[in-house]
Ligand binder design. Structure first.
Ligand code: PLP
Length: 412
């Protein structure tokens, strides 16, 4: 009789897998450190425009909380109230028992804010991007995207198994050539509205034209435009007069936003035509197999939309600050692009990793918190300090900042 394998467990290997992984990890960390690419976690405490770092209060130029809403009284009250009434967690995925009126309310509000037929709330902007591209694109399809789109769109395109092609940043002639080559399957034209590391903007009317000419779908990530640009803070598509067209151009478009930037909280929101949203509900694995956003967070999203509507002065102040910083730094020779739109993201491209670390360290010593951004987040040689402005900065803060940031190469 053959031996029962359950009575005969495999011998423990001489070198445990855990030890092996530890060695590999330590070696990888040493390599990263040598290349100036090691990224330790820093424990800090943000408090409005100030961030406390090891006992020092620095000016926070590193967060995406552009309007200061993460600490807005109305959002905190809405989140607290919903948490007290409905609990800290949603309890299940949206399709099982996780959908509550508070989720639907946030979605209805967001669809109206974005002039869309329907909206869908997911855990984060990252998962929303995964949900969109993995549902809509497949192996026969072509995804053409700007080289500088957010990592989540790159990952989403890869997981979709579509053919992926990138075009040089903002180069729509090249995008057109790539779209023209594909003869079978669907085509997707993918872009950020405001580019997260450069703060410049896509030309959406031209991209809608391109989608029309090639029967492509526009996939637009409005993470950094939402709450910031457009007459009502609804995003770049509104600022550029294509709020409806992004959904209808070519073979129909989709917009992704996140509550994690100007809305001050957390949660990815997809807006699109109703059947597209229903298809994502039915097919998107990041939606189906993940727990719903906590009620408090959904309530904070609706409250953020109220504040964006009722306190436009925050958005106007942010635009003013953007001009106040962009103009002088451009005149000093910093290669800051995209000055046509007053986005709060202003890159100080320093060069290699060590250059960016030096600049960030010098700014830190002088009271400014704005860490170095290095590969793989940006291309080699493009390491930078990414200044991200917030509406509660004071004129004196800007004067102080401009007092310490010299010309490129002169340090800070
Ligand atoms: C352009 C862009 N899209 C998506 C995301 C992901 O959003 P979230 O932080 O909500 O996952 C980010 C976040 O940095 C982003 O910059």
């Amino acid at each position: 009789m053959p031996a029962d394998p359950r009575n005969n467990p495999e011998p423990t290997p001489a070198v445990s897998v855990a030890e092996h992984l530890r060695d590999l990890s330590e070696a990888a960390l040493r390599d990263l450190d040598q290349a100036n690419r090691l990224r330790p976690l820093r424990t800090v405490q943000p408090e409005g425009r100030i961030i406390h770092d090891e006992g020092r209060g620095l000016l926070n130029l590193a967060s995406n909380d552009y309007l200061g809403l993460s600490q807005h009284r109305k959002l905190i009250e809405a989140a607290t109230d919903a948490t007290q009434r409905f609990g800290v967690g949603a309890g299940a995925s949206r399709l099982v028992s996780g959908t509550q009126p508070i989720h639907q309310q946030a979605e209805h509000r967001f669809a109206a804010f974005k002039h869309a037929e329907a909206a869908l709330l997911l855990a984060t902007g990252y998962t929303a991007n995964l949900a969109v591209l993995t549902t809509l694109a497949g192996p026969d399809d072509l995804v053409v995207m700007d080289k500088l789109v957010h990592a989540s769109l790159i990952d989403a395109a890869r997981i979709s198994d579509a053919q992926v092609r990138t075009f040089p940043h903002l180069n729509l002639e090249r995008a057109e050539q790539l779209l023209a080559r594909h003869t079978t399957g669907r085509r997707f034209l993918v872009t950020d509205s405001v580019f997260s590391m450069d703060g410049d903007c896509a030309d959406l009317p031209a991209m809608c034209d391109l989608a029309d000419r090639h029967g492509a779908s526009l996939i637009l990530d409005e993470a950094h435009g939402t709450g910031v640009l457009g007459p009502d803070g609804s995003g770049l598509a509104f600022a550029q007069g294509v709020a409806q067209r992004v959904y209808t151009c070519g073979t129909g478009g989709v917009v992704i936003s996140t509550a994690s930037k100007a809305l001050g909280g957390l949660g990815g929101i997809i807006t699109a035509a109703k059947p597209i949203i229903e298809m994502i509900i039915n097919k998107a694995r990041p939606f189906i197999y993940s727990t719903a956003v906590p009620p408090g967070q959904a309530a904070a999203i609706s409250a953020a939309l109220d504040v964006i509507r009722d306190e436009p002065q925050r958005r106007h102040r942010l635009a003013e600050l953007s001009d106040q910083v962009r103009k002088p730094l451009t005149e000093r020779g910093w290669p800051i692009t995209g000055n046509a739109y007053p986005t709060p993201i202003i890159p100080l491209v320093a060069g290699d990793e060590a250059d960016a670390l030096r600049l960030a360290k010098s700014l830190h010593a002088q009271g400014f918190f704005a860490p170095a951004i290095r590969p793989p987040t940006v291309a080699p040689g493009q390491s930078r300090v990414r200044l991200s402005l917030r509406s509660d900065l004071k004129d004196d803060d800007i004067a102080r900042l401009l007092g310490v940031v010299g010309k490129p190469g002169s340090g800070a």
